[in-house]
Design a protein around this ligand. Sequence first.
Ligand code: DC
Length: 212
Amino acid sequence: MTFAIAIDGPAASGKGTLSRRLAAYYGFRHLDTGLTYRAVAKAMLDTGLPLDDEAAAMQAARTFDIANMHRDVLAAHEIGEAASKVAVMPGVRRILVDRQRDFAATGDGAVLDGRDIGTVVCPDAPVKLFVTASPEVRARRRYHEILGNGGQAQEDVILADIRKRDERDMNRADSPLKPAEDAHLLDTSEMTIEAAFRAARRFVDAALNENS
Ligand code: DC
């Protein structure tokens, strides 16, 4: 059986970096499920259809190539905004969750990160982490990331945006962002990525020992 690591948390909490490092360390495959919502959003934006056209969004969710999602293209701010709107539609979520479960069930191990991995996609995952950081810390990180990539940004605009996105992700009716009951909470506000990685490894190693 595949060993799954479920990692959830809000935007810019550090869960993506942590997931990639864990996947590389344990030799597991990694799926950033946010990219799947972004891929659907991009398909909708490309065709010019209204974002709330659920039938068209479901069709896009069935057909996009999950093995060929380009993080650099899908990272665009307007795609993120559109993704959080697409993500409220139950029909789209049903299809994407099925595709994410297929990914999780293939190979020896998989790390999936998103908003509902521990609660909906992989409720039986032996390791669940819920990664958080204060909105201010997340806005600062995002701000430095954008500057580091040669872009321009305003920290207060990013903060307002993060708050708006949290609100939408935590309050939607279908699969809102919340920790699974058996998730380990990891608040990275005052942690380096190295410290978060070490803490996460302790949880994973303990679960691997139990499974062996
Ligand atoms: O993590 P991200 O910014 O790439 O996610 C984009 C949007 O997709 C975000 O607003 C929430 C949504 N999402 C979701 O609803 N469920 C997931 N498992 C992953 C992302």
